[in-house]
Design a protein around this ligand. Structure first.
Ligand code: PPS
Length: 306
């Protein structure tokens, strides 16, 4: 980031078409909704983590909401009942979410033990912040094809008046033009960091969490310095954070939203399954994305995403 001018005027940033008549702008090699740039720059320029902080980093639609519930429950065992009445995005704020008060404050994370935040910002843009701190980062990723399909549904739901085909969405995804993307660079950045600093950065994926949530909750407890003594406690957290239980809560079914007129709470719960892309992507699109995944991941010996 040294060479990137953070105060650059948003209007002068490179633009690409996104959904309907909306555009994304490119900043430091990544794509953003122009209206979010101010908050994103604020995080890059001013956020200083505490060594005790826990940061959940994700690309959009890779399972953020689920891991927010899990991390909140793991770190706040005596407050986990709050998940029945508050949306995971209320309990674990995005760093780049709107500030609580003045310009330079960050969302407050109300925790007794440590602060828990979430971010969609790439490691490449946060390198200075994260490299200079002992905070712990949990990075979650998801199969690129399921991530794309989830993003497509999410955007379509909110932009019902703007036609956006899966072909258009897939084309933008492959060109890297997605909010906070390119997806591949996002994953590669945090993966490299997790290999370099495994004591501070834990890398997990949605599919393995689905297959063995119990094992993951235990590993997360160990990584965060709060190991489990009781198997029943792990079981309870897994159950309470499951898609079925989470999506049944009134708060998570609600049309309310954290930010007025933006995504309602219910839009973060759709199917919660792996492999749903087969229902939406043509063989041609699957092949195009798989080829890209091989080029970007497999060539780095990261055998993931197909
Ligand atoms: S966001 O906007 O970035 O916060 O969205 P994100 O939470 O990353 O992704 C939404 C997808 O995660 C699914 N989801 C879950 N899966 C498993 N378990 C739980 N508890 C859970 N909660 C949300 C959600 O349904 C979206 O995936 P799709 O494939 O669209 O169903």
């Amino acid at each position: 980031m040294d060479n990137v001018e953070l105060d650059m005027d948003v209007a002068s940033l490179p633009k690409q078409k996104w959904v309907g008549d909306e555009h994304l702008v490119q900043f430091g090699g990544f794509w953003f909704v122009p209206q979010h740039m101010k908050l994103i720059k604020r995080v890059i320029n001013h956020f200083t983590p505490l060594p005790t902080d826990v940061i959940l980093a994700t690309s959009p639609k890779t399972g953020t909401t689920w891991l927010k519930s899990l991390l909140y429950s793991i770190l706040n065992r005596s407050f986990k009942h709050k998940l029945a009445v508050q949306h995971p995005h209320q309990l674990v704020p995005f760093l780049e979410g709107p500030p609580d008060s003045d310009e330079l404050s960050f969302p407050t994370a109300s925790l007794d033990t440590c602060r828990l935040f979430s971010t969609h910002i790439s490691y490449q843009l946060l390198a200075k912040t994260l490299d200079s701190c002992e905070c712990r980062v949990v990075y979650l990723t998801r199969n690129p094809k399921d991530t794309l399909v989830s993003l497509w549904h999410f955007m379509k739901k909110r932009r019902a008046n703007q036609p956006w085909t899966i072909d258009e969405a897939a084309d933008a995804f492959c060109r890297g033009v997605t909010p906070y993307g390119p997806y591949y660079d996002h994953v590669i950045g945090y993966r490299a960091l997790s290999l370099k600093r495994p004591e501070n950065v834990m890398f997990v994926n949605y599919e393995e969490m689905k297959e063995d949530p119990h094992g993951h909750v235990k590993k997360l407890g160990d990584f965060l310095g709060c190991p489990f003594q009781e198997e029943d406690e792990v079981k309870e957290i897994v159950k309470n954070c499951s898609f079925e239980v989470q999506s049944s809560y009134e708060v998570n079914k609600s049309e309310q939203s954290l930010i007025k007129n933006l995504f309602p709470y219910n839009s973060f719960f759709r199917k919660g399954k792996t492999g749903d892309h087969v229902n939406y992507l043509s063989n041609e699109l699957i092949q195009r994305i798989d080829t890209l995944t091989k080029q970007r991941f497999h060539s780095l010996d990261f055998m993931y995403g197909i």
